[in-house]
Design a binder for this molecule. Structure first.
Ligand code: ADP
Ligand code: MG
Length: 472
C-alpha cells in the first residue's frame, strides 16, 4: 500500500480505477493462495503504469520476479482481465531498493552469507524449505525400468557401479550430463533407491535449485551450521541440474565446501548437469576442476533404436497392445525427449482404454494431432537456414550456393538435417530449397550429420542447441 502510494505519487497520471482494481486483484489472490504464500511471494508486488493494454508490475529482486512469473503470472493476468479488462497483458519488472529493504531488515551470522542472501533475495524463501533435507526418491525410477542402449550405456554402467560400490576413487564424484529428458534424474533416483534398499546408507537427493533455497533459508534462520552439518552427515549426496548454480556465486561456494568436506570424508557425490564440467562456463574454475576429477559420463541424444526399445518396454509395462507401426511412428516423430515420447504413448493408451478400441496408426495420428503439430511446428526451412548460417557465421546465400568448402558444406548439411527433423517437407522438397539439390544429397546430409553427432559430442551439442532454439 505504502509502496503503491509512493510510486503513484511520483507518477502524474494517478489512476484511481486502476488502483481500486489492484486492491481487488490482491484480495482475491490473497484469498486464493492464503496469507502465508501471499506474504512470501506476492505482497511485494508494486503497481506500475498501464500503457495501452499492458500493465507493469514491479518486484524488488530478479529472483522474486522469476518466481512470480513462473508461478503466478497466468493467474495474475486472468484476474486482471476479469477485474479490469483494460489490462490484457502484464509485464513483470525488477525495481531494486523498494519494498524489500523497508519490509525486512536482514541479519546474518556472518558477512559471507549476507552477500549470498542479498544477491539472491533471501526473504523470498518459503518457510517449508526449512524442513527436511532431501527430496523423496521417485520409486518408478529404478535400474530395472531404465532401458539401456548405445547412447546411455556408459552412463548406466557408471550409475550401476556407484550404486554397488559407492565412493570408489575413480567414481567420485560421478558427473552425469546430457540434454533435457534423457534420463539423468532417472539414473540418480535409481542409484538412490538401490543404495537405500540395503538400509544403512543415508542418501540425500536434491535439485541444485533446492540446494540454493535451503542454503538461503538457513542463512535467514541463522542455522547455517545445522544445514552444513546435516549435509555433511550423509553418505551419498546427489545434486541434480547443477547448471542452475551458474551465476549464483555464494551458493556455489557453499556447494564447493560441502563437496570437498564430503569427498574428503570418503562420501559419494553424484551431480547432474546439462553440459560437461568443462563446458559449464559460469561455474568457478576450481569447482569445475573438482567436478571433472571423478567419472564424467554423458548421455547422448537418443537413437531411433533406443526410442523404439523404450517405447516397447513402456507399452509392455502398461499391458496394452500397441502395434509396432505405431511405435515406429512415434519414434520417428518425437525425437528429442524421452519424457515427451512417454507422454505421447501414455496418451494413446489412456485414449484406447477410454473408448475401448485398440490403438491403431489412424487413432494415433488423431489423438496426438496437437502434440505432433507442435513438433512439426511452423518452423520453416528459411528459418532453419537463417539460424544455422548465423550460428556458424556463414552467408545465408551459401545455403543454396554450390560451394563445397567444409566450412559451408557442413552447416548446410546440418540445416538439411534439421529441415528433415523439424518440418514435414519431403527430401526432394528440402533439396529444392537448398539450391535445387537432389534428394539423395539431402539424404546423405541427414545420415552424415546423425553419424557425426554420434562421434563428436560437441558437434552434437551444437545441433541440439540449434534444434532447441528453432523449436522455441
Ligand atoms: P532428465 O533428468 O535427463 O531431464 P529424466 O530422468 O527426468 O530426464 O527422464 C525423463 C523421463 O523419461 C522420465 O520419465 C524417465 O523415466 C524417462 N526416461 C528417460 N530415459 C529413459 C530410459 N533410457 N529408459 C526408460 N525411461 C527413460
Ligand atoms: Mg532431470
Amino acid at each position: 500500500m505504502v509502496e503503491n502510494a509512493q510510486y503513484l505519487d511520483a507518477n502524474a497520471s494517478f489512476d484511481h480505477a486502476l488502483e481500486a482494481a489492484w486492491q481487488i486483484v490482491r484480495d482475491k489472490l490473497k484469498s486464493e493462495v492464503g496469507e502465508a504464500e501471499y506474504g512470501t511471494w506476492l505482497r511485494q508486488i508494486v503497481l506500475g503504469p498501464l500503457e495501452d493494454d499492458e500493465l507493469t508490475l514491479f518486484l524488488p529482486s530478479r529472483f522474486l520476479r522469476d518466481w512470480v512469473r513462473s508461478q503466478y503470472e497466468e493467474r495474475l493476468k486472468s484476474l486482471w482481465r476479469t477485474e479490469y479488462p483494460k489490462v490484457q497483458h502484464i509485464e513483470l519488472l525488477v525495481r531494486r531498493g523498494m519494498a524489500e529493504s523497508t519490509s525486512d531488515t536482514q541479519s546474518s551470522p556472518n558477512t559471507d552469507s549476507t552477500a549470498a542472501a542479498g544477491e539472491q533475495g533471501a526473504s523470498d524463501v518459503p518457510p517449508e524449505v526449512r524442513s527436511d533435507l532431501a527430496a523423496p526418491l521417485d520409486s518408478r525410477f529404478t535400474f530395472d525400468s531404465f532401458v539401456v542402449g548405445k547412447p546411455n550405456e556408459f552412463a548406466y554402467a557408471c550409475a550401476r557401479r556407484v550404486a554397488e560400490k559407492p565412493s570408489s576413487p575413480g567414481f567420485n564424484p560421478l558427473f552425469l550430463y546430457g540434454g533435457v529428458g534423457l534420463g539423468k534424474t532417472h539414473l540418480m533416483h535409481a542409484i538412490g533407491s538401490e543404495l537405500t534398499k540395503t538400509g544403512n546408507v543415508s542418501v540425500a537427493y536434491m535439485s541444485a535449485e533446492k540446494f540454493m533455497y535451503r542454503f538461503i533459508a538457513a542463512i535467514r534462520s541463522q542455522s547455517t551450521m545445522e544445514f552444513k552439518e546435516q549435509l555433511r552427515s550423509v553418505d551419498v549426496l546427489m545434486i541434480d541440474d547443477l547448471q542452475f548454480l551458474i551465476g549464483k556465486d555464494n551458493t556455489q561456494e557453499e556447494f564447493f565446501h560441502t563437496f570437498n568436506a564430503l569427498v574428503d570424508a570418503g562420501r559419494q557425490i553424484i551431480v547432474s548437469a546439462d553440459k560437461s564440467p568443462s563446458d559449464l562456463s559460469g561455474l568457478e574454475d576450481r569447482l569445475r576442476t573438482r567436478l571433472g576429477c571423478g567419472m564424467v559420463a554423458d548421455i547422448h541424444a537418443t537413437t531411433f533404436e533406443l526410442r523404439i526399445s523404450i517405447l516397447e518396454a513402456k507399452a509392455k509395462a502398461s499391458g496394452t497392445t500397441v502395434p509396432a507401426k505405431v511405435l515406429e511412428y512415434l519414434a520417428h516423430k518425437i525425437t528429442t525427449n524421452v519424457r515427451e515420447l512417454e507422454g505421447a504413448l501414455n496418451r494413446l493408451i489412456a485414449h484406447a482404454d477410454l473408448v475401448g478400441r485398440p490403438v491403431t496408426l489412424d487413432s494415433t495420428q488423431d489423438v496426438l494431432k496437437d502434440m505432433l503439430k507442435a513438433h512439426d511446428r511452423r518452423v520453416t526451412i528459411e528459418e532453419i537456414q537463417r539460424k544455422v548460417a548465423e550460428h556458424w557465421n556463414i552467408r545465408l546465400t551459401d545455403m543454396s550456393s554450390a560451394r563445397r568448402a567444409r566450412a559451408v558444406a557442413r552447416p548446410r548439411q546440418v540445416a538439411m538435417f534439421l529441415a528433415k527433423q523439424l518440418t514435414s517437407r519431403s527430401l526432394p522438397e528440402i533439396g529444392r530449397k537448398f539450391g535445387n539439390r537432389d534428394h539423395t544429397t539431402v539424404m546423405h546430409a541427414v545420415n552424415r550429420v546423425a553419424e557425426l553427432m554420434e562421434q563428436d559430442p560437441s558437434f552434437a551439442e551444437d545441433v541440439e542447441l540449434l534444434r532447441r532454439m528453432l523449436e522455441g
